[in-house]
Design a protein around this ligand. Structure first.
Ligand code: NAD
Length: 295
């Protein structure tokens, strides 16, 4: 297929490379030309988003937020080939996803929202999980591309259902990471060995991905950013962004998500500190340990 790929950052670059290495003709674009140039070994590089999107069977976007997605969609939808497909893999707000979907339909194109889980390592190894919103037959048509970039594809429902699933998942992730870090902080104060806490919780009712797979303390559990000075991984700034999306979605739908609101506030404070924003989100352990209840 002829593919335009817009947004060649930490996630987009390896995804675009995997498509190119599988034999597709990929033309990439990024507003940061250094990012685009770094992909020149595998892809053709365009000077504008419209150049990257013109005459392509499929255009994929992997952008930082809804504002960037909307801006790119306004530029490229009018030049996209009729009956071609627009797949957005970014994590963005539900309203922007719906607005962009309306533009896509009005232009006679096909579209999917397909945010991902699995991080940079999943993008590099082609093992991402895709959460897809949109028509089942469009997904079926594009499955060969998803199979190259990912290990699992879940059709979540109609337009924006993929974003909804991503937002709901990361809301749980933010809350369980805080809970896991608080339990380690309390264990430290109670004189309970960290390894023993891991051994119990990881096989008991308190287990979660945050404890079992991504343990936030060094030298306990499988390798995680805690074993690498909290280099991300998944940055605190990104967790804050995803909790802000959950916060907005809950406000928009008048849903009682008090724990999510609290997690949102906790990560807002944490990510606003320059020394923490680019650390892994599990480094919130240190913030919890450095503050006392009375402070
Ligand atoms: P990134 O910041 O590394 O990459 C985004 C790229 O988009 C940047 O290179 C930027 O220059 C480019 N860009 C911004 N505006 C643009 C525009 N108008 N036109 C063209 N390019 C533009 O971010 P990332 O880590 O690659 O994440 C991308 C998306 O994937 C985000 O929505 C993020 O929430 C989501 N995500 C990231 C991870 C992760 O672990 N990094 C995991 C799951 C989902």
């Amino acid at each position: 297929m002829k593919i335009g790929f817009i947004g060649l950052g930490n996630m987009g670059a390896p995804m675009a490379r995997n498509l190119a290495h599988a034999g597709h003709s990929v033309t990439g674009f990024d507003v940061n030309f250094d990012k685009a140039r770094a992909c020149q070994d595998s892809l053709a590089v365009a000077n504008t988003a419209t150049d990257a999107a013109t005459s392509q069977d499929v255009v994929i976007t992997m952008l930082p937020n809804g504002t960037a997605l909307h801006q790119v969609a306004v530029e490229i939808v009018p030049v996209m080939m009729s009956s071609s497909c627009f797949i957005d893999c970014s994590t963005v707000d539900i309203q922007t996803t719906k607005r962009v979907a309306e533009m896509i339909v009005a232009a006679g194109l096909y579209g999917l929202d397909a945010p991902v889980s699995g991080g940079v390592s999943g993008a590099t190894t082609g093992t991402l999980t895709f959460m897809v919103g949109g028509a089942a037959n469009t997904l079926e048509l594009l499955m060969p591309l998803f199979d190259i970039m990912g290990g699992r594809v879940i059709h979540c429902g109609d337009v924006a259902a993929g974003q909804a699933a991503k937002i709901c998942n990361n809301m749980i992730l933010g809350a369980t990471m805080i809970a896991t870090c608080e339990s380690f902080a309390l264990a430290d104060q109670l004189g309970l060995d960290r390894q023993r806490l891991f051994d119990v919780v990881s096989t008991s009712s308190g287990s979660s991905w945050s404890m079992n797979t991504y343990c936030p303390v060094p030298d306990v559990g499988p390798q995680s950013p805690a074993d690498n000075d909290y280099l991300p991984g998944f940055s605190a700034a990104m967790m804050f962004k995803d909790l802000a999306l959950a916060h907005d979605a809950a406000s928009m739908t008048n849903t009682n998500t008090r724990l999510c609101m609290l997690a949102f506030q906790i990560y807002q404070q944490f990510a606003s500190k320059p020394e923490y924003a680019e650390q892994d989100f599990s480094a919130i352990l240190n913030e919890i340990k450095n503050t006392s209840l009375k402070a």
